[in-house]
Design a protein around this ligand. Structure first.
Ligand code: HEC
Ligand code: HEC
Ligand code: HEC
Ligand code: HEC
Length: 183
């Protein structure tokens, strides 16, 4: 019995060493949601366009008293505060339940809801005007590898689907025209 125990010991040491070496790397590689504030200094026009879009106010509908009649029809409680309810936030906020940078404001449907967690691709090494001018395809590929997502129908239907208590169906061709950033 004792011998078997001793034989396991080096194995445990190796496993601990493996974890020590690899855990910090896993943490550093993790993509984090950083919030709109980290985007708007460089993307003022898209920010202004987004502000006109109902995505920028998506949290309001979770507040008590707002859209009371619609909530009653959907068998929800119009007096309840749903702003901290995870089952609603999954579609009414950014990256709900996923890793986020400390202090990030993830309220409403924000930039990263459609473009992906920004901790890496927002870096000036990737998102540089000069580098995009020189090699757009190359920079785009780098951004995708750093967590950028293409804002396609596949992204929309992670929220615009039948789990939405107010689902009225989703006509992508029509809806995409309403969210395209306008100058
Ligand atoms: C340091 C300034 C800067 C920051 C911060 C920044 N961007 Fe960018 N971003 C740029 C530049 C410059 C481009 C390239 C613009 C061009 O020439 O088309 C770009 C391109 C993009 C593109 C198109 C990329 C492609 O390859 O199709 C998206 C989408 C985008 N940014 C979203 C974001 C989001 C979301 C954030 C915040 C998480 C963010 N950016 C933060 C400067 C920045
Ligand atoms: C993170 C979830 C999420 C994603 C991703 C998302 N949406 Fe939405 N969308 C919402 C929510 C929530 C609302 C309702 C906002 C509110 O409370 O008024 C909404 C509202 C809209 C509206 C307004 C609908 C109306 O009847 O006024 C349009 C148009 C729309 N989305 C299109 C899109 C498109 C196109 C995409 C993909 C490019 C997309 N959305 C991606 C959650 C999302
Ligand atoms: C699967 C994603 C999803 C979930 C989960 C979700 N919503 Fe929404 N919600 C949406 C979308 C998308 C819209 C925009 C309406 C549309 O286009 O169908 C919306 C619209 C609304 C509206 C406006 C309805 C209207 O008629 O104007 C209210 C209020 C609302 N949601 C509250 C909630 C509450 C409260 C919860 C949690 C109990 C919740 N939602 C959960 C996606 C979701
Ligand atoms: C509902 C989804 C959605 C949200 C939210 C969203 N975008 Fe976009 N974004 C798109 C789509 C779709 C495109 C490509 C079509 C187009 O050009 O508008 C795009 C394109 C872009 C581009 C490429 C250049 C351009 O203007 O076409 C940039 C940069 C960008 N978005 C930044 C942002 C920033 C910054 C925010 C937050 C303030 C944001 N987006 C919020 C869907 C979204």
């Amino acid at each position: 019995m004792k011998k078997a125990g001793m034989a396991i010991l080096p194995l445990i040491v190796i496993m601990l060493l493996f974890l020590l070496v690899h855990l910090p790397k896993v943490a550093a590689d993790q993509l984090l949601y950083v919030g709109n504030k980290k985007c708007i200094a460089c993307h003022r026009a898209e920010f202004q366009s987004w502000q006109k879009d109902s995505h920028s106010r998506a949290l309001d509908n979770l507040k008590p008293g707002n859209k009371g009649d619609a909530k009653i029809r959907a068998k929800l409680d119009p007096k309840k505060d749903y702003t901290t309810d995870a089952s609603c936030l999954v579609c009414h906020s950014v990256g709900s339940g996923k890793p986020a940078a400390p202090g990030a404001d993830l309220t409403n449907v924000g930039c990263e809801s459609c473009h992906g967690p920004g901790s890496k691709y927002r870096s000036p090494a990737i998102m540089s005007k000069k580098k995009y001018q020189e090699n757009r395809a190359g920079q785009h590929k780098m951004a995708l590898e750093a967590g950028l997502t293409e804002p396609t129908e596949r992204v929309c239907i992670t929220c615009h689907n039948a789990d939405n208590p107010f689902n009225k169906g989703f006509d992508y061709k029509k809806m995409i025209e309403m969210v395209k950033h306008k100058p």
